[in-house]
Structure formats: C-alpha cells, structure tokens
Design a binder for this molecule. Structure first.
Ligand code: PLP
Length: 378
C-alpha cells in the first residue's frame, strides 16, 4: 500500500528527544521551545514566534489576541479547514464566508471585498497548497478598511510571495506542524506575531493568562493571573523533535520539490489534454511542494479515480467540504452561493506526498492515474 502520508525522520529528532529527557525539564517553554521559536523566526524572517500545541491553538490565540467578540465579523474562505471557523465562533464572532478563486482555491478577494462592512474586523486568508494569496491586494484592503489580517500559513512553510516568506505579512500568522505538513512533530503549531503590539499579551495568553514568562525573566517578583488564557504551549518532547525538522528544512524541501516535479512532469500530458487540471499559480507565488493536487471534471469522476487508485493499493484523497454548508453552519448561512468552494470540494485529488516516497512509487501512482484516464478516453 502506498499511503497518503508518512512521517519522516530527517535526522536528529530522536537524539534531541533523548537530550530533552536528559535535561530534566519536559514541560513547555524550555530550551527546545525557545530554540524552535528562534530558528523558525530567523529561517523565515518572521515576527515573534510562539510555539503552540497545534495550528488550531494558534488560531484560538489569535482570536483572543484580536479581542474578537459578539458583533465582530470575520471574513474567511468557505473552502477551508474548520479550525479558523471554530476559533472565531467560540468567541461569539459572526463568520462571513467568501468563495474561492476560479484559478485556484485561495480566497476570492473580489468577493471578500464585497463582504466587508463597518463591522468587519478580520480578513483571514489561507495560502492553499502553499500558493500565495495576493498579499499586496490584501494589504490594500487592510489599509482601506482598517482590518486585521491573519494568514493561515499551515500549508505555506517555506513558501513565498514575491521573494518574501509567507507568514510574515499578516498582523498574525499561524503554522501547523501536524504530521501531514511540510515539517512536523506529530501535532504542533506556531503563532507568528508580525504586529508588535500583540507580542506582550501573546505570552500571557499562552501561559494560562499568567505573567509567568515575565516572572522567569525576573521582570516581576511574583507570577499572577493577569488576563484570560489557556495552556497553549507544547511539551519539550514535541519541541525537541521539531527542532531537528526546522534545522533540516532545506533537505526536506529538496526532497519534496523533487517528488513534486516528478509528478508534474509525468502528469503534464493529462493536464495538456484537459482531463486533469493543475491550479493556475500566479507569478508572485513560489512552490513549496506542500501537496501535489489537481482537479478533475466532476465528483463522479473523482470518486471513480480515487477508487481506481485504492484498488491499485494507492491512497489518494480529497479535501475540504464547504464550511458554510456544513451540518453545524448550514442553518446560519445567509450569503450567496459559493460555486468555486463546491467545485474544489467535489473535484480536487491529492496524491501521496512525503519525503520517503520512492521514484518507483511515484511512477506507480502516475501510471495508475494514466491508466484510469486512458480507459475513459477510449
Ligand atoms: C492543518 C491545517 C490546520 C490545522 O492544523 P493543526 O495543527 O492540525 O491544528 C488549520 N488550517 C489549515 C489550512 C490546515 O491545513
């Protein structure tokens, strides 16, 4: 069986975990947490980095930091993972769902702009598959309408917009180190604070609403409950594993890009024939090989293709279901039909993608995809 994903040991992970144990401190905010934050920040030229237990937690921290509450409107794509929606709705915000672009699943900024009202407080963008949203346009919307920008950069480790790393544009940005992301530690995340006015409070929210971080730096003489917060910091065990992956990001990315290119070359003829379609990637975007995906004509064909691959012992998968039409949200939705969100939901195919995928396996996957379409074309 060729799985969809397989966690990858890049070298040094297990040694680091052993060292973390030897250091005798496994709770959060120790040596490895600080090293991860420092190295991730410097590698990708980001603002202050705060390691979290997941990207979901980083998004929850973001919603608290921006003081989101009842009456606030948050614009986000419907074709998206559920975490951002949960983070805001838990604070009582009104979710305003935007459609995706026709060319790629990123948020349609024309539609997003139409949805802005005086109550809009946040525009959340997701760089789907590491394809950069138009951040110059996002910045203009921010300035014109006085919005906060959150980049959900879970797919966008080592991806760029016009030579600048994604995650460095929004007031806040979030990353995921879930095992399916470019680098990972099983479960983990990072909140990036590019707007420095949120730095101090982030540390407090992270540590259950206490000023423990200040206390350990000797800035206050007792540590107290000073704000709301939760336990958003991971164990040193996770951080130790993750540090090796951050250090080895260049070699991990070289492997991922090689796999991505092999898929691309082998499947390009099917794209040219029009039976599968790659996204139209804007020139401002630089590929980070987060996933290899394409769309097919419709849901029926997608289901048949995934079944065909499964019969060949290959696990390919689809992705998000539109959030505005989910069992939880459907009755609350009052906006227009979101055609592209449904289209991506019905037609995206994601192929196995992980650094240990061999060239024989890539060939087998591509051969199976080709056999499926040749059968259909005859
Ligand atoms: C993976 C992912 C998340 C959630 O990340 P976790 O670390 O699993 O909480 C959120 N948003 C997007 C776009 C993702 O791909």
């Amino acid at each position: 069986m060729i799985g969809f994903n397989k966690p990858y040991l890049s070298g040094g992970e297990l040694e680091n975990v052993q060292d973390a144990v030897a250091r005798g401190k496994l709770s959060g905010d120790g040596y490895y947490t600080k090293e991860c934050q420092k190295l991730f920040r410097s590698t990708f030229s980001l603002g202050k980095c705060v390691l979290t237990t997941s990207c979901t937690d980083a998004l929850e921290m973001a919603a608290i930091l921006l003081d989101i509450g009842p009456g606030d409107e948050v614009i986000l794509p419907s074709y998206n993972f559920v975490s951002a929606a949960n983070a805001f709705i838990m604070r009582g915000a009104t979710l305003v769902f935007a459609d995706s672009n026709a060319e790629n699943p990123n948020i349609d900024l024309d539609h997003a702009e139409q949805l802005i009202t005086p109550k809009t407080k946040v525009l959340l963008v997701v760089h789907y598959a590491g394809v950069a949203c138009d951040m110059a346009r996002v910045q203009k919307l921010k300035e014109k309408h006085k919005l906060y920008i959150i980049e959900d950069a879970a797919h966008a480790i080592d991806a760029k917009y016009k030579n600048q790393y994604l995650g460095s544009f929004g007031d806040l940005a979030t990353f995921s180190f879930h095992e399916t992301k470019n680098i990972g530690c099983g479960e983990g995340g990072m909140l990036v604070i590019n707007n420095s006015k949120f730095e101090k409070r982030a540390e407090i929210i992270w540590e259950k609403g206490t000023n423990r971080a200040s206390f350990y730096r000797g800035e206050v003489n007792k540590y107290e409950w000073v704000d709301v917060g939760s336990s958003f910091l991971p164990s040193e065990l996770n951080a130790a594993y993750l540090l090796a992956q951050i250090k080895n990001v260049a070699s991990i990315q070289a492997k991922r890009l090689q796999i991505w290119q092999a898929y691309y070359q082998a499947l390009l003829p099917l794209h040219t024939q029009g039976v599968i379609r790659f996204f139209d990637v804007p020139v401002h975007s630089e590929n980070n090989a987060h996933m290899f995906c394409f769309t097919v004509s419709d849901l029926e064909r997608r289901t048949a293709l995934l079944n065909h691959l499964r019969e060949a012992a290959i696990l390919a998968v689809f992705h998000y279901l539109p959030l505005h039409d989910s069992p939880y949200f459907k009755a609350k939705y009052t906006g227009r039909e979101l055609k592209n969100a449904y289209r991506y939901s019905d037609t995206i195919v994601r192929l196995p993608m992980f650094p240990d995928l061999s060239s024989e396996e890539i060939t087998a996957v591509c051969q199976s995809v080709k056999t499926f379409f040749n059968g259909k074309l005859e």
